[in-house]
Design a protein around this ligand. Structure first.
Ligand code: MN
Length: 250
């Protein structure tokens, strides 16, 4: 199974979460929220071949961490994965909107210059602006919109410009999320937990909750859980194969 967007470093005991993931054979994209978190987070993945660590600068932190962009650029050659990055148009983040845009476009430009990256993207209340930026940097790599919550129109636009989608239990819990998922091309869908941020019934989601996401997807798609799991695994393999075609320093 695949958890394509997880904040492994933010669990109270990331080592035991990592070990449990390994025991279950789970593939994990371990995203970071600041470039300075990279070093410690990539350390969690030593000897964990199924964990990919992504280099990020979260839009909700862009205002206070823009100064870490040089560190972002220095680190970028170490990984094919970027995230969590993006834009947040929520009212509480409006004051940092200009900084968010500078940071996100810097990230896309650097990724493009580096030969492209797989990019896990936050687009809460900002899907139109995120898609505008992605359109402006078509060589940034493979965008994966995590927990997409935009309009159906933006969803169609995202598909047209080559986005993938990672979806989890929290998104599937709401009617709006489910209607978006129904419209997503199945071959572009991956599962995610977004733990420990994402919560269900007030409890932080664990990476292996993607099993529940798979069963909910199988209900939406009206196919068996086994077929659903197979399809997600195939999608993941296809995405990994495309990511190998991106150029990196290694
Ligand atoms: Mn997240």
């Amino acid at each position: 199974m695949i958890d394509f967007h997880c904040h492994l470093d933010l669990y109270p005991d990331p080592f035991s979460v990592r070990d449990e993931c390994a025991k279950r054979g789970l593939y994990l994209v371990s995203v970071t929220t600041t470039p300075s978190a990279w070093k410690k987070t990539v350390g969690l993945a030593l000897n964990s071949p199924r964990v990919r660590t992504a280099l990020g600068l979260h839009p909700q932190l862009a205002g206070e961490r823009e100064f870490e962009l040089p560190l972002f650029d220095q680190t970028l050659k170490a990984t094919r994965y970027v995230g969590e990055v993006g834009l947040d148009g929520g009212r509480e983040y409006k004051p940092t909107w200009d900084a968010q845009l500078r940071v996100f476009e810097h990230v896309l430009r650097s990724s493009s210059d580096a030969g492209g990256r797989v990019i896990s993207i936050h687009s809460r209340r900002a899907s139109g602006a995120v898609l505008d930026s992605l359109t402006a940097f078509p060589s940034a790599g493979i965008p994966v919109l995590h927990w997409f919550s935009g309009s159906l129109r933006d969803l169609d636009r995202a598909v047209r410009i080559g986005c993938w989608f990672s979806i989890g239990c929290a998104m599937l819990a709401g009617e709006k999320g489910r209607s978006l998922v129904k419209r997503m091309p199945r071959e572009l869908v991956l599962t995610e937990s977004d733990g420990p941020f994402a919560k269900v019934n007030g409890k932080s989601i664990m990476p292996w909750s993607v099993e529940d996401a798979v069963s909910q997807l199988s209900l939406i798609w009206n196919v068996s859980a086994t077929s659903t799991q197979k399809l997600i695994a195939e999608n993941f393999r296809r995405l990994c194969a495309s990511s190998l075609a991106l150029e990196t320093g290694d």
